[in-house]
Design a protein around this ligand. Structure first.
Ligand SMILES: *Cc1c(COP(=O)(O)O)cnc(C)c1O
Length: 356
């Protein structure tokens, strides 16, 4: 049976990425070696590494003065690596979800942290807008897309201080004005590749300003200088990321994918609002993520939650159960998900409605 993968992460990848990577696992470009057993010092891998970084920069239109590095440790490692490198006295954080809260917690190890606003009072179901960013901070940290709760900051903020963003779950989903940011990071496993690689986009002139000594592996300058090969990088994951980037470029890049993503989110939200059995958890349209869409059973149908999950699973829907802190359902519609798959889910919701 066809499966529709709505997982929040690791998540759906383009078939192209899977096919190309599978072929390279057998034999990379006919050289007689598997990508699994290749030295990261081989000329073949060096070319892959360079091409991945250059396509990454090209697709996101990353301006001069910025570097892109690929490191391990997941986005969670960046929660402390960012303040390690950038926090001298004080940083400001916007707390819009669990990931943002975790990032702020780590920063407190390195200096003063001001939480300028938090939406925790309403289970993170909105993006706070009524706050001011203190101008005496080393940086202001946001989480652009809140994977668990389904909210998203869709504009590039103007804040007057260096802006740092965790874009784990919406990088490459829309054009971003990189020049508005000092640093952007994210795990690969939401919209780019399998798990195991973290990208960091760094404005070079923000580095070297803290007094503390930095362990070599934590210092961004190490990885910039060594072009992401100071130590052994996740070779296969970077190869897979390159395939996704090629796929995305072929499709028309971030401008083209944004249109498709907006359309996909609309198809699902329209059905959630039309169908009497379901209700959205994010009410303000402006705050709704186009990547992760949570919804619950409407009043009067709450007891059917388990039934719908079973019904949808039988029809091939995978990983639509909501995060335990929100309940209900969550459909993640990352770049690789075709609109037909979203329509399969809405058809399933309609069939469930017709049954009751
Ligand atoms: C998944 C996710 C993380 C955690 O990523 P890891 O790579 O598992 O550390 C952090 N931030 C956001 C926004 C996420 O979606």
């Amino acid at each position: 049976m066809k499966k529709y993968n709505f997982s929040a992460g690791p998540s759906i990848l383009p078939q192209y990425t899977i096919d190309q990577t599978a072929a390279a696992v057998k034999d990379l470009d006919g050289i007689g070696l598997s990508i699994l057993e290749m030295s990261h010092r081989s000329k073949e891998y060096e070319a892959i590494n360079r091409e991945t970084a250059s396509l990454f920069k090209e697709i996101l239109s990353i301006p001069e003065g910025y570097q892109v590095i690929f490191v391990g440790g997941g986005a969670s490692t960046q929660f402390f690596t960012v303040p390690y490198n950038l926090l001298q006295t004080k940083a400001a954080y916007l707390v819009t979800g669990d990931w943002a809260k975790k990032a702020a917690k780590e920063a407190k190890i390195f200096g003063e942290v001001e939480i300028v606003a938090s939406s925790e009072d309403k289970l993170y179901n909105y993006i706070p807008r009524d706050y001011t960013v203190p101008q005496d901070v080393d940086y202001f940290h946001i989480t652009s897309n809140n994977t668990i709760f389904g909210t998203q900051i869709k504009e590039d903020l103007e804040v007057g201080v260096p802006l740092v963003a965790d874009m784990s779950s919406d990088i490459f989903s829309r054009p971003v004005d990189i020049s508005k940011y000092a640093l952007i990071y994210g795990g690969a496993q939401k919209n780019l590749a399998p798990a195991g690689m973290t990208f960091v986009i760094i404005k070079e002139d923000i580095l070297g300003k803290v007094d503390r000594q930095l362990p070599t592996m934590v210092d961004y300058r190490t990885h910039i200088k060594k072009e992401s090969a100071f130590n052994t990088p996740p070779v296969v994951v970077i190869y897979a990321a390159l395939q996704t980037l090629k796929w995305l470029k072929q499709l028309g890049g971030v401008e083209a994918i944004e249109k498709i993503n907006i359309e996909k989110a609309k198809v699902l939200y329209d059905e959630i609002e039309r169908n009497k059995m379901f209700a959205p958890t994010i009410m303000n349209e402006m705050d709704r993520s186009i990547m992760n869409i949570p919804f619950v059973m409407a009043e009067g149908y709450k007891e059917l939650e388990g039934d719908f999950l079973k019904f949808a699973t039988e029809q091939g829907m995978v990983s639509i159960k909501g995060h335990r802190s929100v309940g209900g359902f969550r459909a993640s519609l990352y770049n690789a998900m075709p609109i037909e798959s979203v329509k399969a889910l809405t058809a399933c919701m309609q069939a469930f409605e017709a049954k009751h």
